[in-house]
Design a protein around this ligand. Structure first.
Ligand code: AMP
Length: 145
């Protein structure tokens, strides 16, 4: 199957090139469009809504940091245009699935640490994305040498 539009889900971490690299190779070999998404998780999700601090200010800071990090990463990946990179707020699975539908992606590329057992229970974005995905999901093994 030839994919036409790949959505790269990235945490913008120092290891994000491990997902961006195969995405670029797929782009070159299939001639498909590339988009990228990074989801900023609202702090109220982590701390609950009753924290007595101004979460708005912290969220602005989170957005600024994500924007700056994106600006650092992008020059290494000329196949990705800034206008095809999306910063979203919310729960990663919901936001990534919704964006994939909105912009018509047929493949989501995500990194996987290959966790199992208790570590998996604590959360894996890759396995979360598989559930009710609107298109195919390809997990890139982040543990490879
Ligand atoms: P994790 O399972 O959270 O360690 O993350 C594994 C992979 O999920 C990363 O390599 C990214 O591809 C993707 N990912 C994690 N967090 C985010 C995020 N906030 N936004 C978009 N993708 C993410």
């Amino acid at each position: 199957m030839a994919y036409k539009h790949i959505l790269i889900a990235t945490d913008l971490s120092p290891e994000c090139h491990l997902v961006l690299e195969p995405a670029t190779k797929l782009h070159q070999s299939l001639g498909c469009k590339l988009s990228l998404v990074h989801v900023i998780e609202p702090l109220s999700m982590s701390f609950g809504a009753d924290v007595p601090i101004d979460l708005g200010v912290l969220q602005e800071q989170q957005t600024r940091q994500a924007d700056e990090r994106l600006a650092e990463v992008l020059p290494d990946w000329p196949a990705l245009q800034r206008e095809d990179c999306h910063l979203r707020y919310g729960q990663p699975r919901a936001e990534i699935h919704q964006l994939a539908e909105e912009i018509g992606c047929d493949l989501i590329l995500v990194g996987s640490h290959g966790r199992h057992g208790l570590a998996l229970l604590l959360g894996s974005t890759a396995s979360d994305l598989l559930s009710a995905a609107p298109c195919d999901v390809l997990a890139v093994n982040l543990k490879k040498d």
